[in-house]
Design a protein around this ligand. Structure first.
Ligand SMILES: [Zn+2]
Ligand SMILES: [Zn+2]
Length: 129
């Protein structure tokens, strides 16, 4: 669990890591399978809401909100403003415009050092868009 800026809620919220998210998504499914239509959302997803509260100390009432509070969905934090990069593949920060330090292979450099192959050109073209 980690407090991160949520791009949908426009506030900082406790986000779940993959292990915690696995438990949450199971409880969410259970709510659908075992719950009854007559139940309120709060009763139906009580286990999920309780789990989230135990974990984070944050009293969330909307089970759908919990399901999008998953660190994996938003990518890593910006080095400049520490908000998450909105998507794991973002090339710059949507909040402050900071260019992301790419840990991916830089294909332009690869082209420079080795004789280019036709498929590498394609990759460069795609990335430039
Ligand atoms: Zn949110
Ligand atoms: Zn930023």
């Amino acid at each position: 669990m980690k407090n991160l800026w949520c791009w949908r809620c426009k506030m900082e919220v406790p986000m779940l890591n993959e292990e915690e998210y696995k438990v949450a998504s199971k409880l969410y499914r259970d709510g659908f399978e075992k719950g009854k239509c007559s139940m309120t959302r709060k009763t139906r997803f009580k286990d999920l809401l309780d789990y989230y509260k135990n974990l984070t100390g944050f009293e969330e009432t909307n089970p759908n909100a919990i399901m999008h509070h998953r660190i994996e969905l938003y990518g890593s934090e910006c080095e400049s403003c520490s908000k998450p990069y909105r998507t794991p593949k973002a090339s710059f920060c949507a909040a402050c415009g900071n260019k992301r330090e790419s840990k991916l292979i830089n294909y332009a450099e690869v082209l420079h050092e080795e004789s280019p192959k036709w498929w590498q050109r394609l990759l460069v073209l795609n990335r430039a868009e």
